[in-house]
Ligand binder design. Structure first.
Ligand code: 2IT
Length: 444
């Protein structure tokens, strides 16, 4: 690492003690955009990089709610409004016991560049809570969501900040959050995305992150004159993102051989069927956070506490959570002949794994590969503003074009001879648009 970059990181770390995931996300961006930054006197005079690592606003609040036993529970809620240079803050809400301010700062920071890459006018934000939805009843989830929105509704709005789902926040939670916002503010507006179809949701939003990652992989393969048909694919996770990816992969003739959950991983050597993909939804809805029952139902292998990275595959899509794939996993994947890792979770790979994979095979970072989710959220905002809905084909076609544009941006800024450095391409491409907008808007 260059001494100037180390100095930049040391200053940041001293101001943000303990926010290790945030440091990891920032370091990767700073390392890749440093030369672009140094070469532009306007960016330097405006201290753009120093500004970009400081969120515009952080809101932290108490969330009291009553459980089914009548007991008071207290959680912590957050919204990190990171950057509004190119549009209203936009990004998901995560309900998961591991959520800290550092987690949401890393996610909000990444979201700023991701949203810039989508070509749509969306700034970056992220929020959530340490609330654990696992094992909670519908009534408890609603009680929590209503209390969370009672505070959050003071800070968001269709032209200010538009949250959506992330881990632990799906259609059910968005429904409860929307209902409470509407009740308090007396406004029916597009303040959340990922809504149900009946009240302003977009077709293809549930599938969009997974579909988008597969479309991105198609462009990566096309660079090498290859196609997705016949490829053996390892997936992790079993939530919304893994579900969408599995569905599209199977449609395109790939063989999906794994999924995973906190309890372990499933190895289905014969390949998942569409019924298996549908069953993922049942597993998710059961609220138990386990994948083991899949093995018995579909005659597959369950590896307790195992990760799917030791299975033989051509393509790997981490779709679960940050840092789920480390350097050892990366080495096993490459040794087993894996050609590409498409990071579909946010910062799914550790910094060491990213370095190793980028040097050996093709690696797509999450902020490019998983941008399809927020892109269709942006399309949901457009439809809400028009008070109109597009057909599924229209939305899918726009999503597909956006993923191609993101791939083109990565290629434009990351091409290095015959290879594309997708990490560099995504970071520089995402950075320039936000930096230009920030410079134009003056000292704010
Ligand atoms: O990480 C992400 O891009 C999301 N969770 C989706 C955010 C959104 O606003 O749809």
């Amino acid at each position: 690492m260059k001494p100037e970059i180390k100095e930049f990181m040391d200053v940041l770390k001293a101001k943000t003690v303990g926010e290790t995931e945030f440091h990891q996300a920032v370091e990767e961006v700073v390392e890749t955009v440093w030369d672009t930054y140094q070469a532009n006197s306007k960016y330097k005079a405006n201290k753009i990089l120093e500004k970009m690592v400081e969120p515009e606003r952080v809101i932290m609040f108490r969330v009291p709610w009553i459980d089914d036993k009548g007991e008071m529970q207290i959680n912590r809620g957050y919204r990190v409004q990171f950057n509004s240079a190119i549009g209203p803050y936009k990004g998901g809400l995560r309900f998961h016991p591991t959520v800290t301010l550092g987690t949401l700062k890393f996610l909000g920071f990444e979201q700023t560049f991701k949203n810039s890459l989508t070509t749509l006018p969306m700034g970056g934000g992220k929020g959530g809570s340490d609330f654990n939805p696992k094992g909670k009843s519908d009534n408890e989830v609603m009680s929590f969501c209503q209390s969370f929105m009672t505070e959050l509704c003071k800070y968001i709005g269709a032209d200010t900040d538009v949250p959506a789902g992330d881990i632990g926040v799906g259609g059910r939670e968005i429904g409860y959050l929307f209902g409470q916002y509407k009740r308090i503010r007396n406004e029916f507006v597009g303040v959340l995305t990922g809504k149900s179809r009946e009240f302003g949701g977009s077709l293809v939003r549930p599938e969009a992150t997974g579909y988008g990652a597969v479309y991105f992989a198609q462009h990566m393969l096309a660079e090498k004159g290859e196609e997705i048909k016949g490829k053996i694919v390892a997936l992790s996770g079993f939530g919304n993102v893994a579900w969408g990816a599995a569905q599209k992969l199977i449609q395109l003739g790939a063989k999906v051989v794994s999924i995973s959950g906190p309890d372990g991983c499933i190895y289905d050597e014969k390949g998942m069927t569409p019924e298996g993909v549908d069953y993922m939804l049942e597993l998710r809805a059961s609220n138990n956070d386990i994948v083991a029952p899949y093995a018995e139902k579909f005659d597959a292998k369950f590896i307790a506490k195992g990760k799917p990275w030791a299975v033989k595959c051509d393509l790997a899509f981490p779709c679960a959570i940050q840092n789920e794939l480390n350097e050892d996993d990366a080495k096993i994947l490459v040794a087993n002949g894996c050609q590409m890792v498409i990071e579909t979770s946010n910062m799914g790979c550790t910094a060491e794994a990213v370095r190793f994979l980028s040097s050996k095979i093709s690696f797509a970072p999450g902020k490019a590969a998983n941008a399809g989710g927020v892109a269709v959220s942006g399309l949901e905002m457009s439809q809400n503003s028009m008070r109109y809905s597009w057909t599924g084909e229209e939305v899918d076609q726009k999503l597909s074009q956006i993923m191609k544009d993101i791939h083109d941006t990565c290629a434009k800024f990351g091409r290095d001879g015959a290879k594309i450095d997708y990490v560099k391409g995504a970071n520089i491409g995402g950075f320039i648009k936000v930096a230009e907008a920030m410079c134009a808007q003056g000292h704010v």
